[in-house]
Design a protein around this ligand. Structure first.
Ligand SMILES: Cc1cc2nc3c(=O)[nH]c(=O)nc-3n(C[C@H](O)[C@H](O)[C@H](O)COP(=O)(O)OP(=O)(O)OC[C@H]3O[C@@H](n4cnc5c(N)ncnc54)[C@H](O)[C@@H]3O)c2cc1C
Length: 327
């Protein structure tokens, strides 16, 4: 999003053992620690982060039959490209999502009807409380509710590597999203060549301004800024909002709530100092139009969230991680 203040000390972990050493050293020294991958989902306050940052850049990938084990620091989309090139199906729908492999279990990254836990076999984690390195199965990760896991909003565990179990196939799994099926010229539920699905997904993401382009402010975002709310009970005012069942209740579409409050794509250029606005193609994406501070972003997010709360009695919470800032 290109906002936020300076970092205290930056440590780059180039291998898994190195990451463990760096985290242990920071913990022993009693330093405040932020572990980051690609930084694609972070909004950092204008005051910055006055502690240590360990950036995961470990980059080993091992392919063993249909299992791929990747270090946390591997760029997620590099892994997807490799799987597609090797004829391994299962993550092609997750093409073009920014960030690292280690970031994917944190909010059980998902798109177009697939979530990474669908193909997760195991995760290696470092437990900062006990000092142990452990191999976890998916059922230990607390997936289930939308974009949730035990890792989300907790800094206890550092993800060191992730193993995915894919399928050897030339064709994709069923294509569940209508715009992608349309791009491929197939019915929803049909399949297509892995490389074609990857290309269609990236083209769709690009059209929605969900692929970073330094020259296009519509893409200066954290992706979806607000999380789709999951409610035990849906207020009567929101009865028309599209919804899906969730293990914790009912998941509503934040984009619909925002737009039906009256915040249309592109909204914001007349608000505040005009440095922050909704993307012109995606009402869930709060974008930096150039020169925004984090304070500007927070003010804008509060404005959107307050508007939705006033109309629908639903408070929109961030999907991204707010570090030393809030709205
Ligand atoms: C344009 C755009 C589109 C996006 N589209 C999608 C989408 O379709 N679906 C989706 O689910 N998300 C999407 N996102 C959100 C983002 O890509 C994911 O959340 C991604 O997994 C974040 O990875 P990262 O490495 O950048 O994490 P960071 O931003 O670096 O960190 C995010 C959080 O994860 C923690 N973390 C990162 N690595 C580790 C680790 N190794 N161990 C422990 N904790 C760690 C950090 O401490 C922080 O709390 C999008 C973001 C953008 C900018």
């Amino acid at each position: 999003m290109r906002v936020g203040g300076p970092i205290g000390q930056l440590h780059v972990a180039t291998a898994t053992e190195h990451a463990v050493e760096l985290v242990r050293a920071a913990d022993l020294a009693g330093e405040q620690l932020l572990v980051m991958g690609g930084g694609s989902n972070l909004v950092v306050g204008d005051v910055g982060w006055d502690g240590a940052v360990v950036r995961m850049e470990s980059d080993k990938i091992d392919v063993d039959g249909t299992a791929i084990r990747a270090d946390a620091g591997v760029e997620w989309d590099r892994l997807v490209a490799l799987a597609v090139a090797q004829g391994l199906a299962g993550i092609e729908s997750l093409s073009g999502i920014p960030g690292s492999v280690g970031g994917t279990p944190v909010q059980n990254v998902g798109a177009y009807g697939t979530v990474t836990s669908d193909v997760l076999e195991a995760i290696t984690v470092y437990d900062r409380e006990t000092g142990a390195v452990e191999r976890w199965l998916p059922e230990q990760c607390g997936f289930g509710s939308h974009r949730m896991s035990v890792f989300k909003r907790s800094d206890r565990w550092v993800v060191l590597d992730v193993t995915y179990r894919l399928r050897r196939a030339e064709q994709s799994g069923p294509v569940k999203a209508a715009p992608i099926a349309e791009r491929l010229g197939i019915e929803v539920g049909g399949t297509a060549a892995l490389a074609d699905v990857r290309a269609a997904i990236i083209a769709q993401r690009r059209s929605k301004k969900m692929v970073l382009d330094a020259d296009d402010h519509d893409t200066w975002s954290v992706g979806s800024f607000f999380i789709n709310p999951v409610l035990a009970e849906v207020p009567a005012e929101a009865a028309d909002c599209p919804s899906q069942p969730d293990v914790k209740g009912t998941k509503l579409h934040a984009a619909w709530l925002i737009q039906h409050t009256g915040f249309n794509p592109g909204y914001g250029l007349d608000f505040g100092n005009g440095t922050v606005a909704l993307s012109s193609q995606h009402t869930l994406a709060v974008t930096n139009r150039g020169g925004a501070t984090t304070a500007d972003v927070m003010k804008f997010a509060a404005h959107i969230s307050d508007g939705v709360a006033a109309k629908y009695q639903i408070r929109l919470n961030p999907e991204c991680d707010l570090i030393n800032c809030s709205y």
